[in-house]
Write a protein that binds this ligand. Structure first.
Ligand code: MOS
Length: 711
């Protein structure tokens, strides 16, 4: 619905909002990973041209004398223009007392510098599982620190109207900002209005508050002016949040028929100074029906910028190690990789035996077969230089959504419907999906439905756009609101046309009776004049006692230049089960976006930190390499599209995160299929390919020597 608006540049993002008299603000950030402000002089900045207000350490939340990572803020300025604000920052004199930063995750774990208690999990008898195995494989996998790089950086504008605060902000959670900012400021939530009409991406980095928001709110209060604070790209790529790096020492054991007997892992997550411990072991717990599992996850607290949720946090990293290791095990056992995954299919939740609300993973595997059968043909197209192969990897993730979420529907005398809910659109096409749901329920064409979102003062509570939960949380609320309005229409029609209400239904802009008669909807809505039919709906709870997950498999086809280590991904096939698909075009777009973002962490994206100082070296987009359209392979999307009958009234799960989960492992497995090389670290650079190729050659020579000796 809003595609043209976005394409024409008409959609108003937070970055487009310009309010009269608006000041620009900026934060003075520490160049050191760990330091204390010994002395700070704000006078010159305060007296600088165009400067209206200055705050120093301790004056607002998140601006302190002691900084624990590069980019930690110690002062802030509001000025007539951004250039004047930044010039004033230059005038602030700081005497830093530099302190020794803690930068190594293993050292942090050893010294018990942890952000959370280490998470230990065990089921079955792990040692016995190892003992019963015909093959045991072990490996260490690493993943890099990644930046989210939303096109729109973190930003907001604050405007006080008396003791009411209006906040324009690029956020994934309008109601979370409203709640948490009100608490931070000590004012009632209803005094805070949060507006986000369009959003230039978040990927998990825009779930909460930030000190840029605290600064804008405070400076707006002090100056009586509207104040904007927008992070630059450089700031975004230091303090905007990141996917934490990991080191994963993992073990898999299996019997000759492919049955997994043990999965184990020790996961070290380099989280930075703040954040939380993501579920890196989640795939090992949940993906397969392995009886014996033992994992431990550590969250190292370091003098590095805080991590933030990033599109399937934990599962992206944990699936990389698990699915690469399983192919290594399959090779040792001489079992086909797809067969191995089917052999260990979990019919119920492997953690507690709960049934799944629905699980179409076997159907995904079935649909993968014809693609997988092409692998011999693909390999046969190898030549001296370019080796070709195929790999696959499974995916699980959450994405069931849940309450609370509310929606209102307004139907006017012109027969058009308005959906109202104070939801944000992270960029996944929320307006279109909600309109499709409402249009179907009301029997209206899509262009007779408007969707109003993006303003906490103009609609009821709506959930977060995170955890792949927008559609599964909001969709049911919209559907039930539309059903409420539809019921009222039919009630009127029953009286007007003298038919029992239960014989009437809405379809294609008309009211239909089971006796064959029908009337245009306008025959009823036309009676309303200035009246309105108002429907309201709420999201019901998910079923208790059932596990709700999303599932899928991806297959990658690659060509590897064994001389240079260059990899070309020729094709990715993505087969996912997320219950009912509402908007096939939007769903396809999510799959393509997830795979392209995964190509970034598979090959090129890497936040590099100076290992001595802990400062970020890759602050700009020429140093931090995002994939571009030139990197995009052929992408084949296939969605199972069977409604989950237990998921309230819609049967849909989310699709924002699932497609990014298995791509890197599928590609690594294809590289192994093509060349025998076991890549173990992300990103897969040419150096990493060449290292793995040398290692594979050595292994081969060793095998030959042993074989020759035995002969
Ligand atoms: Mo997300 S990473 O749940 O926004």
């Amino acid at each position: 619905l809003d595609g043209y608006e976005k394409a024409r540049g008409e959609a108003r993002y937070t970055g487009d909002v310009k309010l009269p008299g608006m000041l620009e603000s900026a934060l003075l950030r520490s160049p050191h990973a760990r330091a204390r402000v010994a002395r700070i002089d704000l006078d010159a900045a305060t007296a600088a041209p165009g400067v209206i207000a200055v705050v120093g350490p301790g004056e607002i939340a998140g601006i302190d004398e002691e900084v624990h990572f590069e980019g930690g803020a110690v002062a802030g300025v509001a000025a007539e223009t951004l250039a004047l604000a930044r010039a004033a920052l230059e005038l602030i004199e700081v005497e830093w007392e530099e302190l020794e930063p803690l930068l190594d995750a293993d050292e942090a774990v050893a010294r018990a510098s942890l952000l959370a208690e280490s998470r230990r999990y065990e089921r079955g008898d792990y040692e016995q599982g190892l003992a019963r195995a015909d093959a045991v494989v072990e490996a260490e996998y690493t993943t890099q620190t990644l930046n989210h790089n939303p096109l729109e950086t973190h930003q907001c504008i604050c405007e006080w109207r008396g003791d009411n605060l209006d906040v324009y902000i690029s956020t994934q959670y309008i109601w979370g900002v409203r709640r948490d900012l009100a608490e931070q400021l000590g004012i009632p939530q209803d005094k805070v209005r949060v507006i986000c009409e369009f959003m230039g991406g978040g990927f998990g980095a825009k779930n909460g508050l930030g000190n840029y928001l605290a600064l804008a709110a405070e400076l707006a209060k002090r100056t009586g002016r509207r104040v904007r604070c927008a992070l630059s790209r450089r700031e975004e790529n230091v303090v905007g949040g990141n996917r934490n790096a990991t080191r994963q020492r993992v073990t898999a054991a299996g019997q000759s028929d492919g049955t997994l007997t043990a999965l184990g892992g020790e996961y070290v997550c380099a989280l930075g100074w703040e954040g939380w411990l993501p579920p890196t072991a989640g795939p090992a717990w949940l993906l397969y029906a392995c009886e014996n599992v033992r994992t431990v996850e550590h969250g190292a607290k370091l003098n590095l910028p805080p991590m933030a949720a990033f599109r399937a946090p934990g599962f992206v990293e944990g699936t990389w190690s698990l699915e690469c290791l399983l192919d290594k095990l399959a090779a040792q056992l001489g079992v086909d990789p797809l067969e191995l995954r089917k052999r260990n299919y979990a019919e119920t939740d492997p953690i507690d035996g709960r049934p799944f609300s629905s699980k179409g993973l076997m159907e995904c595997y079935r649909r993968a077969e014809p693609h997988w059968q092409r692998r011999h043909e693909v390999r046969a197209r190898s030549d001296e230089t370019w080796k070709r192969g195929m790999g696959l990897a499974s995916q699980i993730w959450y994405g069931g959504g849940g309450p609370p979420s509310y929606a209102w529907v307004r139907l006017g005398s012109d027969g058009r419907a308005n959906i109202v809910t104070a939801m944000q659109d992270i960029g996944t096409g929320t307006r279109t999906a909600m309109a499709i749901v409402a249009a179907e329920e009301l029997g209206l064409p899509l262009d007779a439905v408007e969707v109003q979102i993006g303003d906490s003062a103009r609609g009821p509570f709506a959930s977060i756009s995170g955890g792949s939960s927008t559609l599964p949380s909001m969709g049911p609320a919209v559907r039930s609101a539309a059903a409420d309005a539809a019921r009222q229409v039919l009630e009127l029609a029953a009286q007007r046309f003298d038919r029992p209400e239960e014989t009437l239904s809405l379809r294609e802009g008309s009211i239909h009776c089971s006796d064959g008669s029908s009337w245009p909807l306008a025959d009823i809505t036309g009676l309303l004049a200035d009246g309105q039919i108002l429907g309201k709906g709420a999201r019901g709870p998910n079923p208790t006692g059932l596990r709700v997950l999303t599932f899928g498999i991806q297959l990658a086809e690659v060509a590897v230049d064994v001389g240079t280590g260059e990899v070309r991904v020729e094709k990715v096939v993505a087969i996912h089960d997320v219950g009912r698909v509402i908007n096939p075009l939007g769903a396809r777009s999510q799959i393509e976006g997830g795979i392209i973002q995964a190509l970034g962490h598979t090959f090129s994206e890497h936040r590099l930190d100076d290992p001595r100082t802990g400062t970020v070296l890759t602050k700009t987009l020429d140093a931090y390499k995002l994939p571009t359209i030139a990197d995009v392979p052929e992408i084949v999307c296939d969605l199972v599209d069977v409604p989950d009958e237990h998921l309230t009234n819609l049967g849909s799960k989310g699709l924002g995160e699932p497609p990014i989960v298995p791509t890197a492992a599928a590609i690594a497995n294809a590289i192994r299929d093509a060349t025998g090389a076991d890549v173990t670290s992300l990103p897969i650079t040419r150096e990493e390919i060449l290292r793995a190729l040398r290692e594979a050659e050595q292994r081969e020579r060793e095998r030959e020597r042993i074989a020759a000796g035995a002969a």
